[in-house]
Ligand binder design. Structure first.
Ligand code: SAH
Length: 350
C-alpha cells in the first residue's frame, strides 16, 4: 500500500486514519502539532508518542521533504532565492523577501506552467506536474527553518498557475489557517492568477479573506491575447465581470498586476485604456518593471513605470510601483528551475 502523504492531510483526515487503525483520536492533534507547530518531520522524534505507534506511523505515512539544491542571497536587499529539489527530482523555486514589516515568501504551485505567457520564464521551461499541498507548504516550512525567520506574508506567485491546481491550493490554504497548526490568517496570503475565469467564480464561493491578484498586463484584448494566451479563452470583458462578482461576493478589493513592457503596453494610450477599464472597480494597480528573461527581448525604460503610474493617478486610478527585489540573483521567476532542468537533461542525472 502506498504511504499517505501526512503533510497534505487535514487534522480530521489524520484523526480518521488513526481511528481506522484502532488508535485514540486525540493522538492526531499531537502529531499535527509536531508537524505544523514544532516542525518536526521525523516520527521517531515525537517523544510523547509511544515507540509502538511511531513504528505504525512510519508504516502508514510519509513526510515529503524538500531539499535545498541552491540558495542565492542578494547582496543588495537580503532577498534569498531557493531552488528546491522535490522527492522525484523535479525543481521548484521559492523566494524569501525582507520588508520593513517582516518577511514575505513567494511560493510555487506547479512544476512549470501551462499558461504560456510570453514574458514569463516559467512558461519557457514548460509544464511538468502539479505540486501537492505538502510540497507547497514545505517550501514555507523549509525556508523558515533554513533562514531562521517566521514569515508574515505568503504570496502564491512563484512558478505555476495556482487556479490551475485549484484543489491542492485550497487544501494548502486550509492547512495553513488551521488553528491547531500554523494558524495563519488568510489576510496575509495573496493568490495571483492569469485569469482562469471559472475558477475565479469558484474561489468567490469560498469567501476567503485572501487577496486576489489578477495578472492583467494589458487592457486591450488583441494585445493581451498576444502576450497571454489565456486571454483567447477568457477575454478581458469576461475576466472583469468575474472580478466584479468576486469583489461583491467577498467584499475584498482586487489587485491588478501590470508589468510595464516597452513597445507592448507602456504608452499613454495603454494607461488611458487601463484607467477606463478599471474605473469604478474596488481595486489597486501594482505596476512592475518587467524582469529580463534571456530568451525574450522585453524591457522597461527607467522612467517607464513611474510615468505610467503618474498617468493612471491623474485619471484617478490608484497605482503603486512594486519594488524590485533580488535583482542580482536571477529575479525573474522560473529561470533557476529552467537552468537546473536543462543541466539535468545534459548530464542524464535523475
Ligand atoms: N500564474 C500566476 C502566478 C505566477 S506569475 C499569474 O499569472 O498570476 C506571478 C506574477 O509575475 C504574474 O503577475 C506574472 O504575470 C508576473 N511575471 C511573470 N514573468 C514576469 C516578468 N518577466 N517580469 C515581470 N513580471 C512577470
Amino acid at each position: 500500500m502506498e504511504k499517505l502523504d501526512i503533510m497534505s492531510m487535514t487534522l480530521p483526515e489524520i484523526e480518521a486514519a488513526l481511528v481506522g487503525i484502532g488508535e485514540k483520536k486525540f493522538r492526531a492533534k499531537q502529531i499535527f502539532q509536531w508537524l505544523h507547530v514544532k516542525r518536526v518531520f521525523d516520527f521517531d522524534k515525537m517523544t510523547d508518542i509511544s515507540v509502538q505507534l511511531r513504528l505504525r506511523l512510519n508504516e502508514i505515512f510519509c513526510i515529503n521533504g524538500l531539499f535545498v539544491q541552491k540558495r542565492l542571497e542578494s547582496s543588495i536587499d537580503n532577498t534569498v532565492k531557493y531552488l528546491y529539489r522535490l522527492s522525484d527530482g523535479n525543481f521548484v523555486e521559492t523566494v524569501l523577501m525582507e520588508y520593513s514589516y517582516g518577511h514575505s515568501i513567494c511560493v510555487s504551485t506547479q512544476v512549470g506552467c501551462k499558461m504560456g505567457c510570453r514574458f514569463c520564464a516559467s512558461a519557457i521551461a514548460g509544464y511538468v506536474r502539479d505540486l501537492t499541498p505538502s510540497e507547497i507548504l514545505m517550501q514555507i516550512y523549509e525556508t523558515e527553518k533554513d533562514a531562521g525567520v517566521k514569515v508574515s506574508g505568503i504570496v502564491l506567485m512563484g512558478i505555476g498557475e495556482p487556479l490551475d491546481n485549484f484543489d491542492n491550493v485550497m487544501r494548502l490554504l486550509e492547512l495553513l489557517s488551521d488553528k491547531n497548526g500554523t494558524d495563519m490568517s488568510l489576510r496575509h496570503v495573496s493568490l495571483s492568477t492569469c485569469g482562469i475565469v471559472p475558477r475565479i467564480y469558484e474561489l468567490a464561493e469560498k469567501k476567503l479573506q485572501l487577496t486576489l491578484c489578477i495578472s492583467l498586463h494589458s487592457a486591450d484584448n488583441d494585445r493581451r491575447s498576444e502576450i497571454m494566451p489565456v486571454n483567447r479563452t477568457y477575454n478581458i470583458t469576461e475576466l472583469l465581470e468575474a472580478c466584479r462578482h468576486y469583489i461583491s461576493a467577498t467584499g475584498r478589493r482586487i489587485t491588478f498586476e501590470y508589468a510595464v513592457i516597452d513597445g507592448v503596453n507602456s504608452s499613454d494610450k495603454d494607461a488611458d485604456r487601463l484607467s477606463d477599464l478599471l474605473r469604478g472597480i474596488n481595486c489597486h494597480v501594482n505596476l512592475i518593471p518587467v524582469n529580463k528573461v534571456k530568451e525574450r527581448n522585453y524591457s522597461t525604460a527607467r522612467t517607464g513605470v513611474a510615468d505610467f503610474a503618474k498617468r493612471l493617478g491623474k485619471r484617478g486610478i490608484n497605482a503603486t510601483v512594486r519594488r524590485t527585489l533580488g535583482s542580482d540573483i536571477e529575479a525573474a521567476c522560473g529561470q533557476l528551475r529552467r537552468d537546473a532542468a536543462e543541466q539535468r537533461q545534459k548530464t542524464g542525472e535523475v
